[in-house]
Design a protein around this ligand. Structure first.
Ligand code: DX5
Ligand code: ZN
Length: 221
């Protein structure tokens, strides 16, 4: 079986108790913390930045932090997030004029690098930078908000990108983000994803362990 990772999106957590929420979701079995950064420019919403990432590290969070940048421009934030303790930094190629340079900046800063494709964006952009990628994140909703419905055409893209990753022979996580729950996670895994972002499906329930266990049961089936 693939090495599946569950990545709770803290966008749907209680921000007034964020440290505790992250501790609880990790205790419940999450593998990696998905950290959504929105700038009210690239997407029509505004969230959190490097100071909050740093505060989570100071609070004692040891798990990998997966920073999903929905910002334009990208480069100014890379050093700040690396310094704040980010593990992965991913960005949208349409938000950076020099995609290869931004990826190299992330790697030079000591983080793992990734690209994020919106629902209408094809995988062509991946081809010439695949040697600089540690993660590919496929959006299964339009970015900006939690709680939206999974866009089914994402499954074809997951299959296509899985084939690209396998052909490259590289160790690249294939993550999917948006509208994921125990109901559809098995289909997304069957298409070739190995990392699953879930915000509202986890944080809108009282028992995080029950939700994550339910997802793992589906992944094992
Ligand atoms: C959307 C964010 C997602 C979002 C997922 O722009 O990138 O990470 O929080 O939330 P759910 O799981 O509720 O769709
Ligand atoms: Zn995200």
């Amino acid at each position: 079986m693939a090495d599946y990772w569950i990545a709770p999106s803290i966008l749907s957590a209680d921000f007034a108790r964020l440290g505790e929420e992250v501790d609880n979701v990790l205790e419940a079995g999450a593998d990696i913390v998905h950290f959504d950064v929105m700038d009210n420019h690239y997407v029509p919403n505004l969230t959190i930045g490097p100071m909050v990432c740093k505060a989570l590290r100071k609070h004692g969070v040891k798990a990998p932090i997966d920073v999903h940048l929905m910002v334009k421009p990208v480069d100014q934030l890379i050093g700040d997030f690396a310094e704040a303790g980010a593990s992965y930094i991913t960005f949208h190629p349409d938000a950076s004029i020099h995609v290869d340079r931004s990826l190299q900046m992330i790697r030079d800063a000591g983080c793992k690098a990734g690209l994020v494709l919106n629902p209408a964006v094809g995988p062509d952009v991946l081809k010439y930078v695949i040697d600089k990628l540690d993660m590919i994140l496929l959006m299964s909703v339009n970015p900006g908000f939690g709680g939206q419905s999974f866009i089914p055409s994402t499954l074809d893209k997951v299959r296509e990108v899985r084939a690209l990753i396998d052909a490259s022979g590289r160790d690249i996580r294939l993550e999917v983000d948006g509208g994921i729950s125990a109901k559809n996670i098995a289909d997304i895994a069957a298409a070739g994803a190995d990392t699953f972002v879930a915000g509202s499906a986890i944080f809108n329930q009282d028992d995080y362990s029950a939700v994550i266990d339910g997802m793992r049961t589906q992944l094992a089936s």
